[in-house]
Write a protein that binds this ligand. Sequence first.
Ligand SMILES: [Zn+2]
Length: 173
Amino acid sequence: MSNRPLLIRATSELAARFWPKVRRAGLNECWEWQGKRSNKGYGVFWFNGRVLRANRVAVALACGSIADAFALHRCNNPSCCNPVHLYIGGPRANILQCVNDGRYVKHGCRGEDSGKAKLTEVDVQEIHRLYAAGETQRVIARKFCISKSQVGAIIRGEQWKHLTAMTNSSLFT
Ligand SMILES: [Zn+2]
């Protein structure tokens, strides 16, 4: 496994090549990779001369791109490509883990910071993923130390347009 994840950008060509190799099932079920697998069970996908991890491609197609981050499994099934079963981690994985289990609210989010938190692209991708997975805007706002109206603006695409345009496109159908 490379320590430096490759940048993967969603394109219609990538989507057209990728999704036929995934056995897509219900929203809560694992979507098994049908192609080659690594010796650890991760899906391996060849695209334009590059070897990509299938789970990272799934996140890139759901979120628009993935760069300096890993696509981690909630379901402990390395071959799964269901974006709902994946979450984004990386150099800041400890912080993200903290966010995921709610401790960030306790230690990282003081009242005067609320609504001013700076979001990274990884955060925005995670906000879209959580919302798509059924999390409420109120809970997402608390996790990221932003206001509920900011969460709404991100989800509606009024902020971070370049990311949400990809999420709402036909790439994830
Ligand atoms: Zn799964």
